[in-house]
Design a protein around this ligand. Structure first.
Ligand SMILES: Cc1cc2nc3c(=O)[nH]c(=O)nc-3n(C[C@H](O)[C@H](O)[C@H](O)COP(=O)(O)OP(=O)(O)OC[C@H]3O[C@@H](n4cnc5c(N)ncnc54)[C@H](O)[C@@H]3O)c2cc1C
Length: 451
């Protein structure tokens, strides 16, 4: 493609900003990033409290976050944040150690079986499901894999593997089919409590591409990255470094694609581009763009999670000594309850803690926001860490995905086949997975494939 091509990128989150970085690295400098908010970072959102930043959105990374590492190198920053640590409580607020055999004599047979199944899972992922962990979902529903190796070099890889078709089924069903159902006890922590839905509804492909074997083991061993100035700082640093900084407060009211050009009306003025990269939620694209029939059809099938975060103050004597997971609250029958709460700064009680809850499940009625908030505040009392005040709250548009039927019917291959068709490219969370690295990596691969 001509290096002077004029590119409009919608969205100044990890996907949009990293698209800018990878374009720039490849010699494309005529790009514009349009961001609706008055700040960059999207769901990497780190406000200040008492002079320090806390996390209302993304918190952590793992050593295999190669795209985030590219960004760090580009900006000369590193993951210099506080060490993560956590304990577990039951739904009544008692501290428990669910994986410690000595503390769970009656559960020893189950724990031994679980350990064996984890080893077995590692084996089948390497063999039967070879190719499962590539970024994005190209070919999976057709029993193929195609993309780039998950390694710093990202060599191109592709192959045929009929077993990959199994990944469209819900993770719970997939585990049962492969006789590794107890691995869910471990995978559920960094999946459901991180807002990615329930194992009886979410296709295994999403679970395993994000929590590939190594990544899950990094969570188990707490081999994790955080950033002192918050995850938002990563993207602020990138925005500062880019030749073309994101244009904030951009209100896009119209996108029209005709005669090989893309016309974007932003803050009342129409601008002309050659190509468009959409990293904002595709579900809402038809609301302001001249969406074609196929775009409207496919984007209308996207669902998303309602993931609620509260930042609360406590009295010093009620401040939790560490972060807690509440496994009892991670199943659909406990929808709307507190699943995890995070104490970020170990050296101070004069900080907020953040709480996390889901309030939507495919087969249940959505819990209203206020009701969920009250349940979480009540749960904090049960946990013996009552809040005195809520200082910030957010209900995120979170983890866009499709369900098993659409996944198996080839949603991803159909949408991938539309890349570039209307001078438009699709990126952001839905195209890979809702975490910082998968979205940034998808942008890298998009630039590699099409520009
Ligand atoms: C509570 C929470 C915890 C998380 N924890 C982690 C974690 O620990 N680790 C991890 O890796 N990830 C985590 N994530 C997920 C991660 O933050 C997201 O997956 C990532 O930010 C997605 O990047 P994105 O650019 O695709 O989308 P977003 O971050 O959502 O960015 C999209 C951007 O587009 C802008 N936009 C939307 N519509 C328009 C429009 N019409 N015009 C212009 N701009 C528009 C938005 O304002 C936003 O800035 C977490 C997220 C949340 C909410």
């Amino acid at each position: 493609m001509d290096k002077n091509v004029k590119i409009c990128i919608i969205g100044g989150g990890p996907a949009g900003l990293s698209a800018g970085m990878y374009l720039e690295k490849k010699g494309y400098e005529n790009y514009t990033i349009l961001e609706r908010n008055d700040h960059v970072g999207g769901k990497c959102h780190s406000p200040y409290y008492n002079g320090r930043r806390y996390e209302m959105g993304a918190i952590m990374g793992v050593p295999s976050y190669y795209a985030v590492h590219d960004v760090e190198e580009f900006c000369g920053i590193t993951h210099d944040g506080p060490q993560l640590n956590r304990n577990y409580k039951d739904r009544n607020g008692n501290v428990i150690e669910p994986f410690e055999p000595k503390k769970n004599i009656f559960k020893i047979p189950r724990l031994l079986k679980m350990k064996k199944q984890i080893t077995e899972l590692g084996r089948i992922l390497e063999t039967k499901y070879q190719g499962y962990d590539l970024n994005g979902h190209r070919g999976v529903a057709q029993g193929r894999y195609e993309g780039f190796a998950v390694s710093p070099e990202r060599e191109p890889v592709s192959g045929v593997n009929e077993n990959l078709k199994d990944l469209s089924m819900p993770f719970k069903e997939w585990c049962e089919m492969n006789h590794v159902e107890l691995v869910q006890d471990v995978w559920i922590g960094p999946f459901t409590s991180f807002g990615y839905g329930y194992f009886d509804e979410i296709p295994a492909a999403y679970v395993l591409k994000y929590l590939d074997f190594q990544t899950c083991m990094n969570f188990v061993r707490i081999n994790l990255w955080t950033w002192k100035n918050g995850t938002q700082f990563i993207w602020e640093s990138l925005n500062d470094k880019l030749k073309n900084h994101a244009r904030l407060n951009s209100d896009i009211t119209k996108v029209e694609r005709k005669d090989g050009k893309v016309y974007v009306t932003v803050n009342g003025k129409t601008e002309e581009y050659d190509k468009l990269i959409v990293t904002s939620p595709l579900q809402y694209f038809p609301e302001y763009a001249d969406a074609r029939e196929d775009e409207a059809k496919y984007f209308g099938k996207i669902d998303y999670e309602r993931y609620d975060v509260l930042a609360v103050e406590t009295r010093p004597e009620d401040h939790p000594e560490i972060s807690y997971y509440v496994f009892d609250n991670m199943t659909p029958d406990r929808l709307g309850h507190l699943m995890v709460y995070y104490r970020r700064w170990r050296d101070s009680k004069d900080q907020v803690i953040t709480t996390y809850a889901l309030r939507k499940h495919k087969n249940s009625e959505e819990i209203p926001y206020e009701e969920c908030k009250q349940t979480v505040l009540d749960d904090l009392k049960t946990m013996k860490n009552p809040a005195t005040n809520v200082v910030n709250e957010k209900s995120w548009y979170y983890f866009p995905h499709v369900f098993s039927d659409d996944y198996a019917a080839g949603w991803y291959d159909d949408v991938e086949a539309m890349q570039g068709k209307y001078d438009t490219y699709y990126a952001g969370e839905i195209m890979s997975f809702g975490d910082m690295d998968e979205t940034a990596e998808y942008s890298r691969e998009l630039v590699e494939r099409f520009f």
